[in-house]
Design a protein around this ligand. Structure first.
Ligand SMILES: [Zn+2]
Length: 306
């Protein structure tokens, strides 16, 4: 199983008072000269996200469609380096490249989910994330009844100022210094494109979205910690990047899993489960009660058979 485990180096984390000063004096200025925010309403209009009352953009089989204009605008909003991916904006339906998977995952992350801000920022949410999102909602004039996709956009677009491609990256994705670096994010099973081309094995958009939210969680929480058995990287609790991805997946699935085919649901449950497996103490967190989630996915299959 390939997990999005970044290298331990997180350039955003200041390690000394001197570094802290350097970070405060240099980084914000550098970022602001690169970053231009695209208003959510522009993306909602161009990407057909106007339905904010629960109509999410995912088809039951996990497909979604982006027009070329939508892909271009999302690229502007998140600083996609098209030349790095050797692509130009185009229509996207069945993803056959890492960038197509990422753009679809971004659209899903920020689209309508049928979840309001008040429903998302409960006591069960990772608390540091919830505090940051509460402050962000206030600054953006969003209310508790607004669609959560709007607030996820404000959060994600502040995390990812540029998106670049390094196919040789030894991870699905890496985040540092407001840059998201994409590895072979479309390929779920093998690192070897000669055996399993990305085109034949695209990662479901729901899983890509969980990974993107995970990476954005590094902008809130910094890096991971060693797992107890020293096998890979873990988080101590829901307060970490894994918890951010899990929380997004939990909210989305609780609101929408009945609209999916069972295997789409089950794929997403598997990604949530693999993330929960590296949260050392999930403290009975409802979002990590994956067996209940899988039962609901299987119930869809039983219904389909009738
Ligand atoms: Zn991570």
């Amino acid at each position: 199983m390939i997990l999005p485990v970044p290298p331990p180096h997180h350039p955003n984390t200041p390690r000394s008072p001197i570094l802290l000063l350097l970070t405060l004096s240099c980084t914000p200025h550098a970022n602001h000269t690169l970053w231009r925010q695209v208003p959510y309403d522009d993306i909602a209009a161009t990407c057909d996200l106007a339905n904010e009352t629960g109509g999410h953009p995912l088809a039951p089989n996990g497909d979604l469609s982006l027009s070329a204009d939508c892909a271009a605008l999302l690229g502007d909003a998140f600083g996609v380096d098209w030349s790095d991916f050797d692509e130009e904006p185009h229509n996207i339906h069945d993803p056959d490249s890492a960038l197509e998977s990422v753009l679809g995952g971004l659209l899903l992350s920020i689209g309508a989910s049928g979840v309001t801000i008040d429903e998302a920022l409960t006591a069960d949410a990772p608390s540091t994330l919830s505090d940051q999102l509460t402050g962000l909602a206030a600054r953006e004039g969003l209310s508790g009844g607004d669609e959560m996709g709007r607030l996820w956009y404000e959060h994600l677009s502040r995390a990812f100022h540029t998106i670049q491609y390094k196919p040789e990256l030894d991870a699905l994705a890496y985040f540092g210094g407001n840059q998201l670096v994409i590895g072979d994010v479309g390929n779920t099973i093998s690192d070897d494109p000669a055996i399993l081309p990305i085109a034949d094995n695209a990662m479901p958009f729901l899983e890509v979205a969980v990974i993107l939210l995970h990476e954005s969680g590094h902008n809130v929480y910094g890096g991971h910690t060693d797992c107890p058995n020293n096998d890979g990287r873990c988080d101590a609790s829901r307060e970490g990047a894994y918890g951010v991805g899990v929380w997004w997946g939990h909210l989305w699935l609780q609101a929408n899993l009945d609209s999916l085919e069972w295997y789409t649901c089950d794929d997403a449950a598997e990604r949530v489960e693999s993330s929960c497996a590296v949260i050392i103490d999930d403290d009975g967190w409802a979002a990590c009660e994956v067996s209940a989630l899988r039962e609901r996915c299987w119930a869809i299959l039983v219904d389909d058979d009738r």
